[in-house]
Design a protein around this ligand. Structure first.
Ligand SMILES: [Mg+2]
Length: 125
């Protein structure tokens, strides 16, 4: 039996949330969505998630703060976290890795690329 992996998508854009949900559901993942960092924390703390895909630029709580708070909880020290952001500069990537992200993808990224990276990280984990 193949149990579906659960992915938490954190993004303030409704378009991105539904587009990425669609892609990941097509790839046989179970998807949960959150509209910003604080909603993301709530969803993460109340669901068993295998991987997090998060945006950076969000009001209320941005992706960096969200990741720092996730990593502050020892229970989530090895949870794979992928940033998907339109910010493509090196300093943004460094900030993302400093916060605790495992991977940084620049939006827009092809659906194949996104799914491939998620599978790769889940296998390695
Ligand atoms: Mg955003």
């Amino acid at each position: 039996m193949n149990i579906k992996k659960t992915i938490l998508i954190v993004d303030d854009s409704e378009f991105v949330r539904s587009y990425h949900s669609h892609i990941l559901e097509q790839a046989h993942f179970h998807v949960i969505t959150a509209v910003d960092g604080s909603d993301g924390l709530e969803k993460l703390f109340t669901n068993a998630c295998d991987l997090v895909l998060t945006d950076i630029n969000m009001s209320n709580m941005d992706g960096y703060e969200f990741i720092r708070r996730v990593r502050a909880d020892g229970k989530y020290s090895t949870l794979p976290i992928i940033i998907m952001s339109t910010e493509s500069e090196g300093k943004d990537k460094m900030k993302g890795f400093d916060a605790g992200a495992n991977l940084y993808l620049v939006k827009p990224s092809s659906p194949e690329m996104m799914v491939e990276n998620i599978r790769m990280i889940l296998v390695a984990n």
